[in-house]
Ligand binder design. Structure first.
Ligand SMILES: [Zn+2]
Length: 56
């Protein structure tokens, strides 16, 4: 379970989520991209459809 950075609603992340999968917040409708980070779990980052600028 994770929380939406935008509205703080709970977002359920499937156990078999794959990195890059888009997950929408059921509350505000924001799209997030699931990033599976080894040893840390799944992190939600805002999905950027346009202007792909992954600085880090
Ligand atoms: Zn939300």
């Amino acid at each position: 379970m994770s929380r939406c950075p935008e509205c703080d609603a709970e977002i359920e992340i499937p156990d078999d989520v794959i990195s890059g999968e888009i997950i929408s917040c059921p509350d505000c409708g924001m799209d997030y991209e699931a990033r599976v980070i080894e040893g840390e779990g799944v992190r939600l980052v805002p999905a950027e459809i346009e202007g792909e600028d992954w600085g880090e």
